[in-house]
Design a protein around this ligand. Structure first.
Ligand code: ME8
Length: 648
């Protein structure tokens, strides 16, 4: 039975460049929270997405020589893009919204009109300061040293006819919401919002632009596009079917339980967002949580500063679960944290290799060594010296829950790791290797191992929101045991004759020095393109001439069943008899685009069988490596060259 509905969101990301580890941080945190709520038995809706409009995207597309839509499509859907990254990071979002989705665009037009019709949006003239990279308008008084208060960059004078939202009208209600409820957390952010933005006087907000066109058009006034933040904030509701029929779930999931957002966008979520919802008479989200930043050398990571830490590289070198764990274990979610490779490696070595990894491998290995696949039925009852461990394990779920409910991921993990450390100490105290020597002690030994396996089960279950794949692996090693929420406060759920399955170390220890050097090497700027080193061994002319290179024309080209690499070519080689060649280039071409092309083949190689089919020769390709991946290009020559012409 479901405990109820739970709706959680991340900010929707600007696809203006590839995402970095700072973006990954918030999404991993949201994912851990969503998985935790599912574990508890909630019916969860976890939304993430991309915020694709605005001048920044329009400018970037122009620079790249493509349309804004092509530009965002590439960063969102393309190789190594946003969707790929969330897949890699094992993000369990239930929905993904793009603000360029038709249903969202149409919904935003309706929403804008509703606020225009109720008098909260009106037409006026805007003069002020505009920060282009942040897409934010500022009043003179909000600038810091004449610069953008968010990013510190230069701002420009701006004046245009524009629509305004009566934000000032809602100032008192928003202040009351912030000061007298738990709407915004951590509490420190409340003071910042009230003192910096509300008390100095909340001015009406400019909510349309005419200086660029990549946005949602205001449908009743040509030339105006809706301010990107209105477009963006309402994603949380349009994704549930607000003002559209394409999606559903509004009744079940609105108001949201929590919006996780980075601290610099708290202002939009804690002032503008509730004011607009108030204007429309809609329920407010239950909570906005403003998390801190991951800093690099004390400064914010940013795409434009170029000090970006690539989540792909980190995940590839350390594993996805280790990276997820590190992000939430090492920094308090509400405050800033300093990212470093040293901290990442030492966290993996200490917590994962030493503490968790060792506990699992020692326990399973001893169970296997002393008793084979299953523990014996005959076990001693718990004695005094087991009590401390058992007590800690039994109370762990509650302590963990208390922290998770506060989004204190670091503290929740600390609770689990206290138990893991205690369990490692328990192994040393009980010295199973000594107990094993005397048959009479085997019932005691079995009990010690049972207690350890049960501790591993409960800890692994509570770690599942953070390291889903690792937990699954641990469950396998414990014979496929249950780790459902109710079972995580019950010591003794594991069958007495617990079965175990051996396996490799979960987290091999990392050599800090070597790894740091390797990372340093990787971070050196280098060209994305690599070519094969030149051969040093010389070939004599006669040997070279023995190779028979010919121009061949593609008569037909088909995919080869059950092979994602091979294409089967029927070629005109000028002899009057078709030649068949198989080539491993399916990843790079669609068969139909090759028909009619003139290629180069070496024809006097002995025939060989590939996937049961004969290949008579080889097609010549150019090869290079791009971002570590091999790329092949078939050598194509002038179509005026007749089939069979010898190349020499
Ligand atoms: O703000 N550490 O998009 P965005 C922690 N489109 N979090 C970081 C970070 C870092 N170093 N760098 C970025 C937007 N983030 C808007 C949101 S929501 C209706 C619209 C976080 O791609 C940042 O704080 O610039 C923000 O919460 C999120 O990544 C998306 O940033």
């Amino acid at each position: 039975m479901s405990k109820g509905n739970y709706y959680i969101t991340t900010p929707i990301y600007y696809p203006s460049a590839k995402l970095h580890i700072g973006h990954t941080y918030c999404t991993v945190a949201t994912d851990a929270m969503a998985r935790y709520k599912r574990l508890q038995g909630y019916n969860v809706c976890f939304l993430t997405g991309t915020d694709e409009h605005g001048q920044k995207i329009e400018d970037k597309a122009k620079e790249a020589g493509c349309t804004p839509q092509e530009y965002v499509d590439n960063i969102v859907l393309g190789e190594g893009g946003v969707l790929d990254l969330w897949k890699l990071m094992n993000i369990s979002n239930d929905r993904f919204i793009r603000t360029t989705d038709d249903y969202h665009v149409a919904a935003i037009q309706k929403i804008f009109k509703k606020m225009y019709e109720n008098g909260d949006i009106y037409k006026g003239k805007y003069t002020g300061k505009y920060c282009k990279p942040c897409e934010s308008f500022w009043t003179e008084s909000q600038l810091v040293d004449g610069k953008c208060p968010d990013c510190g960059r230069e701002v420009q004078d701006a004046e245009e006819e524009a629509y305004f939202f009566r934000l000032s009208k809602y100032a008192d209600r928003v202040q009351d919401l912030l000061e007298n409820t738990d709407f915004l957390e951590p509490r420190s952010r409340v003071h910042e919002m009230v003192n910096n933005f509300i008390k100095p006087g909340l001015e009406d907000l400019c909510v349309s632009r005419t200086s660029f066109s990549w946005g949602v058009p205001v449908d009743f006034d040509e030339g105006h596009v809706v301010y990107v933040w209105i477009d963006a904030l309402f994603n949380y509701m349009t994704a549930l079917g607000f003002c559209n029929d394409a999606k559903e779930g509004l009744e079940d999931f609105w108001p949201a339980d929590v919006h996780f957002v980075g601290k610099e966008i708290v202002r939009f979520h804690a002032i503008i967002w509730p004011a607009m919802l108030m204007s429309l008479g809609l329920p407010l989200p239950k909570k906005v949580y403003g998390h801190g930043w991951l800093l690099l050398d004390g400064g914010k990571m940013s795409k434009s500063k170029g000090n970006v830490v690539d989540p792909y590289i980190l995940a590839q070198r350390f594993g996805v679960d280790a990276l997820r764990f590190f992000l939430l274990r090492s920094f308090p979610f509400g405050s800033d944290g300093n990212f470093s490779n040293e901290l990442l490696i030492s966290t993996i070595n200490t917590d994962l290799a030493n503490d968790l990894g060792n506990l699992v491998s020692r326990t399973v290995a001893m169970a296997q060594k002393y008793f084979g696949e299953k523990l014996p039925a005959q076990q001693q009852v718990n004695i005094e010296m087991d009590k401390e461990l058992v007590e800690m394990v039994c109370t762990l779920r509650d302590k963990y829950e208390e922290q998770m409910e506060k989004y204190a991921f670091q503290n929740a993990l600390s609770e689990v790791f206290k138990v893991i450390s205690r369990a490692n100490k328990y192994i040393d105290e009980n010295a199973p290797w000594v107990l094993a020597k005397d048959e009479a002690n085997h019932p005691r030994l079995a009990k010690v191992l049972y207690n350890l396996l049960e501790t591993v089960r409960i800890c692994a279950g509570l770690l599942s929101p953070f390291m889903p794949a690792t937990t699954e692996e641990i469950a396998k090693r414990l014979g496929g045991v249950t780790m459902d929420w109710d079972s995580l406060e019950d010591f003794g759920v594991l069958p007495v004759q617990a079965a175990t399955v051996a396996g490799d170390a979960l987290f091999p220890r990392i050599d800090m020095e070597k790894e740091l050097a390797a990372l340093e090497e990787l971070s050196k700027p280098k060209s994305d393109i690599e070519i094969e080193p030149y051969a040093t061994e010389q070939v004599d002319f006669d040997t070279f001439c023995k190779s028979d290179f010919r121009a061949v024309k593609v008569k037909d080209c088909q995919p080869v069943k059950k092979s994602d690499k091979l294409l089967q070519f029927t070629l005109d080689d000028g002899t009057g008899t078709d030649r068949q060649i198989l080539s491993g280039i399916a990843k790079f071409y669609k068969p139909e685009e090759l028909i009619g092309k003139t290629l180069v083949a070496i024809t006097n190689l002995p025939p060989r069988k590939m996937m049961g089919k004969e290949s008579c020769g080889m097609l010549i390709s150019a090869v290079h490596t791009e971002k570590g991946e091999e790329k092949l290009h078939l050598l194509m020559v002038d179509d005026a060259i007749p089939a069979g012409a010898k190349l020499c």
